[in-house]
Design a protein around this ligand. Structure first.
Ligand code: AMP
Length: 497
């Protein structure tokens, strides 16, 4: 019998002595060791009563056992549900209530709140800690290192990933084995990932980027992973001399740029720098090329769809665009009910084996966002140029409508970012009695620069129609961002509204 994901990501490695991962202590783990660990944890899950389709909810530290738990869940026929360790008791209570997990695993830091949340439910609670002494890990130590995977087909669920939910309740995106595998196959091919690669992994593992984009591709290709517990600039700079790949969010690249050690020499061994999960500023792209001689490859995706588009491995990586639709993925830009003319802004819609199965327990939301013809309405506004390159101009809900006119924040942000002294900006709408909404801008200045907002307003005035020009400026030390480096415009709206 087969288990779609397990058969491709773990089974081929059962006896492989090749190096899979190196942790922060410099300890190497072979593929066979990792596959064996996956088997041990799968035995624990089954012994705790996991049956096919049951959810395994995990809120814990980034460790290799966390990744083994993901694949053990898949092997045991379960559905992996990772949560951001920063979620509070109330937030976790919502996820536990909504997903009704059979097994809950948490770090030592979350144990108190998790015990509260799970009281009165059927969930079995275990712990996972970086030192390997969590109750799940101790039980796993005593288990056999082989496991017969539970049969699962391409349409069975492998994971439930809750969206970050900046408006309304967070929604659980149901991901099938096919959704995850098809995307990993495309990305390995597109980015040329092989067993000669070594990835610097400094992303969180509760999100599609660090968990699926990074781990599934490396497992599929048999690549090595330098697995870091968190973002550590010094460690990344050191590791670039031994590694070939970095997958990061844009803030990784701005932080690297702030370090004098980022040079052509220190990056000489690196084959590819990939960015995604939030827009990469054209300026960051250009600065990175100036400093290293290398062009960052920007790609676009989201929890519900896995990866959608990517700039090419060979060919121009154009700043400000997210490249071409992945093979087998259809992308269209819709204005009203029809395809938008080339170059015009509209709603980005996506169809393909990568697109999720719907929202857990939310039939209405699923129907509203997943069309009958299989296209998913991403909520992102974008435009497609004549050769099929896509650019994202922002989330639809961040569109500002002032006096009946549309203002796309990115256009204003680009103009502001180009002003002397402006490090970065975020443009958002605030309620306005006359116009419905007014345009507001939050600015972060380059260190040591005074903000002269009158001067900035004067600089952008000739470039933008009057209705697009910010009516209000707020200067901030930094923009509010979530764990994936996305600017939280809802926080700006609440704070300044
Ligand atoms: P998440 O579901 O947390 O992965 O967030 C997905 C959202 O992040 C997308 O819908 C986009 O709004 C945004 N996003 C991801 N990658 C990019 C990118 N390269 N450029 C612009 N926005 C991006």
């Amino acid at each position: 019998m087969t288990n779609t994901l397990y058969d491709q990501l773990i089974a081929p490695h059962m006896a492989s002595q090749a190096l899979f991962a190196v942790d922060d202590a410099g300890q190497g783990h072979s593929y066979a060791q990792f596959a064996g660990r996956t088997a041990q944890i799968a035995h624990v899950l089954v012994s705790m009563g996991l049956t096919p389709g049951d959810r395994v909810l995990v809120q814990g530290p980034k460790t290799l056992d966390f990744i083994a738990l993901y694949l053990a869940t898949v092997a045991a026929g379960g559905v992996f549900l990772p949560l951001n360790p920063a979620y509070t008791r109330d937030e976790v209570g919502y996820f536990v209530g909504d997903a009704a997990p059979r097994i809950v695993v948490c770090g030592a830091d979350q144990l108190g709140q998790m015990q509260d949340v799970c009281a009165g439910t059927d969930a079995q609670l275990m712990t996972l800690t970086p030192d390997g002494a969590g109750s799940l890990q101790r039980r796993a130590d005593a288990q056999p290192t082989t496991f017969d995977p539970v049969p699962r087909g391409p349409d069975d669920l492998a994971a439930l990933l809750y969206t970050s939910g900046t408006t309304g309740r967070s929604k659980g995106a149901m991901m099938s084995h096919r959704n995850l595998l098809s995307n990993a196959v495309s990305l390995v091919d597109l980015w040329g990932i092989t067993d000669a690669d070594r990835l610097i992994h400094a992303l969180p593992v509760f999100h599609t980027h660090g968990l699926f984009v990074a781990m599934n591709t490396c497992l599929l290709a048999g690549a090595q992973v330098r697995f870091m517990a968190g973002f550590d600039l010094d460690a990344i700079v050191d590791e670039m001399q031994n590694s070939t790949l970095l997958m990061g969010v844009p803030t990784f690249y701005t932080r690297l740029l702030s370090d004098a050690r980022l040079t052509p020499e220190t990056t000489a061994n690196m084959r590819l720098f990939i960015s995604g999960s939030a827009p990469l500023l054209a300026e960051t792209h250009a600065d990175f090329t100036t400093r290293t001689g290398r062009a960052i490859l920007e790609r676009y995706g989201m929890t519900e769809t896995n990866m959608i588009s990517s700039n090419p491995l060979a060919g121009d990586r154009v700043a400000g665009t997210v490249g071409y639709a992945l093979p087998g993925v259809e992308v269209r830009v819709i204005a009203g009910d029809d395809p938008a003319p080339t170059g015009e802004i509209g709603m980005v819609e996506v169809r393909g084996a990568n697109v999720f199965q719907g929202y857990w327990n939310m039939l209405d939301k699923t129907k509203a966002e997943l069309r009958d013809d299989g296209f998913f309405i991403t909520g992102d506004l974008g435009q497609m140029d004549t050769d099929g390159r896509l650019s994202i101009v922002g989330r639809g809900k961040d569109l500002i409508i002032t006096g009946g006119l549309n203002v796309y924040p990115k256009e204003i942000e680009d103009a502001l970012n180009a002003c002397d002294g402006v490090l970065e900006s975020a443009v958002f709408g605030l309620p306005d009695a006359d116009f419905g909404e007014q345009v507001a801008a939050a600015l972060v200045m380059v260190e040591g620069t005074d903000a002269d907002t009158a001067q900035i307003a004067q600089t952008i005035a000739p470039q933008l129609a009057r209705f697009k020009q910010p009516k209000r400026y707020e200067v901030m030390a930094e923009l509010p961002r979530n764990a994936m480096g996305k600017v939280q415009k809802n926080v700006l709206r609440d704070r300044f509204g």
